[in-house]
Design a protein around this ligand. Structure first.
Ligand code: ACO
Length: 330
């Protein structure tokens, strides 16, 4: 066991299903318009999985890309952490185990992590803790979601907001000589806000067999989530900066959960943060929950925006209510 290990992000990958649905197509299903959706959310498109496609299928694609880029065989991975709120099966077996098998990661522990849209941020900190303690040397953190399967396609308040996709990050142990690392994280839970966002039925409180069908879909108090999200982004960024004696000027990019451009803009404005440092790609993917941050990271890598030594903050917020941030030196 080596307690001087640090955890660095060695490679990322992402995958979105090929079917790309525009706002105009949605306007054929519900009473909405491209103008309303874009002006209220910043969304133009979302990618939608085929009927037969589940979260594990998207996760495997994203994970394979990350492993290929790192030139790492799957059986060198010690742990798979799969953040999802749309698992292949309700509760068991874990989708992470399905992914472990499909990757051929034969000596790998695997578990799901449920922190909704904050899932990837929770996953990065969990991976850092495993690596830093010496319990693991290589951890695959995946966010994979198929919200198209849990939203009510007749409810314009929710169906316009979400899309399907997956992103993966491979975290590896490294020594003090490698400046690239996950430096610190802040993670929060505010369970009193749980009713604002979630699926009212289908779990052990109200089993699917006893549920009114509409309670099986995602339900959201949009105004309440909006207010929470702005405060959560500001608190998470300020806390992680303060704990590390940094100011916002020391940060190159913030990679926020891609929920809504208006939320991100309002948080930047109210927090006094330079909005130009917030990366967004929600126009193409809509809100992919736990997958949105790694999909954004992958696009930033592909566009050569992230350079070694860059300080970035990933910030997530979502159902739970949960929120948190990771401070990463790229
Ligand atoms: N098209 C047209 N009209 C719509 C649509 C739509 N798709 N959806 C809602 N409306 C209507 C409403 O019915 C309402 O009409 P009414 O006044 O006749 O009742 C009107 O628009 C205004 O509704 P509001 O809820 O006040 O609209 P608001 O300006 O607050 O925007 C929104 C709604 C975008 C959902 C906002 O509340 C929001 O951003 N909330 C955060 C939700 C979010 O991002 N959730 C993502 C999941 S959570 C997460 O990832 C953390």
């Amino acid at each position: 066991m080596n307690r001087s290990n640090f955890a660095h992000v060695r490679a990322v990958g992402s995958y979105a299903p090929p079917r790309r649905m525009s706002n105009d197509e949605l306007a054929l299903l519900v009473d909405t318009s491209d103008e309303w959706i874009f002006s209220h959310t910043g969304i133009r498109f979302r990618h939608i999985a085929d009927d037969a496609v589940a979260a594990s299928d998207l996760a495997v694609e994203a994970a394979r890309i990350a492993l290929d880029r790192a030139q790492m065989p799957a059986d060198e991975v010690d742990l798979i952490l799969l953040a999802t709120s749309t698992p292949d099966h309700p509760g068991l077996p874990a989708t992470a185990c399905v992914v472990q098998d499909r990757l051929g990661a034969n000596r790998t522990a695997a578990m799901d992590l449920v922190a909704a849209c904050t899932g990837f941020v929770y996953g990065i900190e969990t991976a850092r803790a495993f690596i830093q303690s010496g319990s693991a040397r290589t951890v695959l953190v995946i966010g994979a979601e198929v919200y198209s399967k849990i939203i009510n396609w007749k409810d314009r308040n929710t169906c316009v907001l979400f899309g399907d996709g997956a992103g993966a990050a491979l975290l590896c142990a490294s020594g003090e000589d490698n400046p690239s690392r996950v430096v610190d994280s802040v993670l929060y839970s505010r369970g009193q806000g749980a009713p604002a966002l979630g699926r009212p039925a289908g779990g052990s409180r109200t089993p699917a067999t006893a549920a009114d069908g509409s309670d099986l879909y995602l339900a959201m108090d949009g105004r309440r989530v909006y207010t929470f999200a702005i405060a959560a982004i500001i608190e998470a960024i300020e806390s992680v900066l303060k704990r590390n004696d940094l100011t916002f000027d020391d940060i190159d990019y913030v990679v926020p959960h891609q929920a809504n451009v208006r939320i991100i803009d309002a948080a930047a404005k109210r927090g006094g943060f330079d909005p130009a440092k917030f990366f967004t790609n929600i126009a193409e993917y809509a809100n992919t929950s736990a997958a949105s941050i790694p999909i954004a990271l992958d696009e930033m890598v592909t566009r050569d925006l992230l350079k070694p030594g860059h300080r970035i903050i990933t910030v997530g917020f979502g159902s739970g209510l949960t929120y948190g941030a990771n401070l990463i030196i790229w």
